[in-house]
Design a protein. Structure first.
Length: 319
């Protein structure tokens, strides 16, 4: 929740900061987003493999420690070129994401995992309901440059606090049986499971991977430019754009628990299918609509999609 609160003070407005304060050309903004996303992808699989070998907690604490360094570099950057090291370090820090997800999953009761995960998401995402409109308002008051810099400083303090708390209180969930366990619950030998994780992708997992790759490719092409588009082209203030995000998250967060209960009762696929079917509304809303009341209505639909499993909204964020 610390990340959700203090990350919300700057992440949504980072592209505007690059353009307004660092005078970054739009093409370079796209290049920076490409560097960030590409480097982040590279560390996901290695992070998962390392977490399976040395434990979830060690990887999480190490990755969170890097998250203390990255915002300091971003804060000190006075040109877009100096932003790159901070983004790369932040991407390296993402190697703990698989370990974090595994630790959460392994800590939840298996028979009620959908509802439990929904409750977890609802609690940890509650700050995201309020932070977009709060940060948008204080950026309208303080200005984009000063507002983002203050947000980065506060986020650095929050990241340091998160390192200390995770090091002190996280409990390791990786089972170690000194070689006694020969197979996982699906009957696959442990050695084969650890040695070839990609080979086990089949059926539903493979379909979800393909859909995620396609949708991720299309959404990442525009995500970095949505806030500037709303600000420059539509003429929204940061408060207005933040309110749209707050409305969507205000609907999504209560639905996390409900969608978890539905998934436990009727299966995961219907929720995922419905959420993905509503996904294009998210991408097309700012392109097709100009009236703010219409945008408010359409963002309510976006909130439903997010709550049913449509992935994160535009606010960005860290875990």
């Amino acid at each position: 929740m610390l990340y959700s609160i203090f990350n919300g003070l700057w992440q949504l407005w980072w592209t505007l900061y690059l353009i307004e304060e660092l005078k970054t050309p739009v093409a370079i903004v796209g290049l920076l987003a490409t560097i960030q996303n590409t480097s982040r992808i590279l560390f996901q699989l290695p992070g998962g493999i390392v977490a399976d070998r040395i434990g979830r907690k060690r990887v999480i604490v190490f990755g969170t420690s890097l998250r203390v360094i990255a915002p300091i570099i971003l804060l000190l950057a006075r040109s877009w070129a100096w932003v790159i090291p901070g983004m790369v370090i932040n991407a390296i820090a993402s190697l703990y994401s698989p370990a974090f997800n595994a630790l959460i999953s392994e800590s939840l009761p298996q028979e009620r995992r959908g509802a439990a995960f929904g409750a977890y998401r609802m609690l940890t995402s509650t700050p995201r309901i309020f932070m977009p409109v709060i940060s948008g308002y204080y950026l309208d008051v303080m200005g984009i440059g000063r507002g983002v810099r203050v947000g980065l400083m506060m986020f650095t303090a929050a990241a340091l606090t998160a390192v200390l708390l995770r090091a002190a209180f996280l409990t390791e969930t990786l089972e170690r049986d000194d070689g006694q366990r020969s197979a996982d619950p699906d009957g696959v030998p442990v050695e084969e499971e650890r040695g070839s994780p990609l080979r086990r992708l089949h059926g539903t997992l493979l379909a979800m991977l393909v859909v995620s790759v396609i949708s991720g490719f299309s959404m990442r092409m525009v995500w970095s430019f949505l806030a500037p588009y709303a600000y420059y082209e539509i003429g929204l203030t940061t408060t207005q754009y933040g309110l749209l995000q707050t409305l969507a998250m205000g609907i999504s967060v209560p639905l996390y628990l409900l969608s978890g209960l539905i998934a436990d009762r009727f299966g995961r696929i219907p929720c995922i299918f419905l959420a993905r079917a509503l996904g294009p509304v998210d991408s097309l809303s700012l392109l097709l609509l100009r009236d703010y009341r219409q945008l408010l209505a359409i963002y309510a639909v976006i909130g439903v999609a997010g709550g049913l499993g449509g992935g994160r909204l535009r606010g960005g964020g860290y875990t």
